[in-house]
Ligand binder design. Structure first.
Ligand SMILES: *Cc1c(COP(=O)(O)O)cnc(C)c1O
Length: 391
């Protein structure tokens, strides 16, 4: 899609050709071949640099190739990469304790991705309640496997793959009354993102989440928070649930968990847990993944990235609200999870920013999603806003 890069490495075209020939073409990719990264900057094979406001889709929260993360992965890789969950490892136990601390939940189950975390949460809700159904909300995104897809809103994701685990049951987001009406005696759990990511960076009122909690308690329904995108400092707190003070029964996490190393988990409150044999994952909680997650959590803590996320998020949103770009409908978000809704499709702006050295992406067609590493500086934010103003 990028036409006017002046000098292209000869490898550029050959890599894209190889992809076209051998990789299933399920992704719509931009015409960039990325090769390396440091902090908020990524570099392509032609030597061009970009300020990365995609961050692997809210994954690289501590920046690219943070030296502490690289060192932790190297060290653990030289010791032990994988063993079965038939055995204990010190790093897995340590990470579980650390997660209980930062989530305020009781126990965790480890897996490898966001959708796997949602599947685990759904299984845990069914086995805990003996009930089968789930209520989800409009514009939700919970993943692409059969269970998580059943609670994901977009028809185009779901329809070709029916039958899924249940008929659709979606109610408007930020509408507690509609949710209360949708719960029946068969409802095992309600699943919501405390801020919607793929649905367009939609921030509900704190009272909404509190109402949802109350409705779930009154109807004996479990509440699942999907924090796959909002976790690990993205919104300025360890987890987004802290903003509303609402405690779910089960929460999911993944994306930024391993600082870029694939990893997911669920955490559940006291009294909710899988029994022996009820669930498993071969790679879940591998020593290498756990070492990466521990290092990543340490960096967030040592470098005060929760505060930076909050402060730079406010600065960024302020600059975005005052920039001169036509057709901005709304700037919204929390911390460094920011959406800029336009009155038109944003694909062209994304392309034009890319050519000027800024990576952004577009969600829900009209919303520019800005989710840089939490290490981003004011100077880098100014540079991004300059590029947007020229777009
Ligand atoms: C990305 C995402 C998922 C799915 O995660 P994968 O690792 O891609 O399976 C689930 N829920 C939310 C809220 C997400 O943003």
């Amino acid at each position: 899609m990028t036409e006017n890069i002046t000098s292209q490495s000869p490898d550029h075209e050959s890599i894209i050709k190889k992809d076209a020939e051998y990789v299933m073409q399920n992704y719509g990719r931009y015409d960039i071949v990325l090769e390396s990264g440091k902090g908020c900057i990524v570099r392509d094979i032609n030597g061009r640099e970009y300020i990365d406001c995609v961050a692997g889709i809210a994954v690289n929260n501590i920046g690219h190739c943070h030296p502490k993360l690289v060192a932790a992965i190297k060290e653990q890789a030289g010791k032990l990469i994988h063993v079965s969950n038939l055995y204990y490892t010190a790093v897995q136990a340590e990470l579980a304790k650390e997660l209980a601390g930062i989530t305020g939940m009781s126990r965790v189950f480890f897996c490898n991705s966001g959708t796997e975390a949602v599947e685990a949460a759904m299984k845990l809700a069914r086995v805990t309640t003996g009930k089968t159904d789930f209520v989800a909300v409009e514009k939700s995104f919970h993943g692409r496997t059969m269970g998580s897809l059943s609670v994901t809103y977009k028809d185009i994701y779901r329809n070709p793959f029916k039958p899924l685990v249940q008929e659709e049951k979606f109610v408007p987001y930020d509408d507690a009354g509609a949710l209360a009406d949708a719960i029946t005696e068969n409802t095992a759990a309600v699943i919501v993102e405390p801020i919607q990511g793929e649905g367009g960076i939609n921030v509900p009122s704190d009272e909404y989440l509190q109402e949802v909690r109350r409705i779930c308690d009154e109807t004996d329904t479990l509440l699942i928070f999907d924090e796959v995108q909002t976790g690990f400092g993205r919104t300025g707190k360890w987890f987004c649930k802290e903003h509303s003070g609402v405690k779910p029964d089960i929460m999911t996490m993944a994306k930024a968990m391993g600082g870029g190393f694939p990893m997911g988990a669920i955490a559940a409150r006291d009294g909710i847990s899988f029994d022996r044999g009820q669930h498993a994952a071969t790679f879940g909680g591998s020593p290498l993944a756990c070492a990466a997650a521990l290092a990543s959590i340490e960096v967030i803590r040592e470098e005060n990235l929760l505060r930076n996320s909050q402060e730079m998020g406010e600065y960024f949103m302020d600059r975005l609200r005052n920039m001169s770009l036509d057709g901005v409908v709304e700037v919204r978000g929390r911390g460094l999870m920011i959406g800029v809704e336009l009155d038109r499709k944003c694909a062209d702006i994304v392309e034009s920013c890319m050519k000027k050295g800024v990576l952004l992406n577009c969600t829900s067609e009209k919303v520019l999603r800005i989710a840089p590493p939490l290490t981003i500086s004011k100077e880098q934010i100014d540079a991004v806003v300059d590029v947007l103003e020229q777009a």
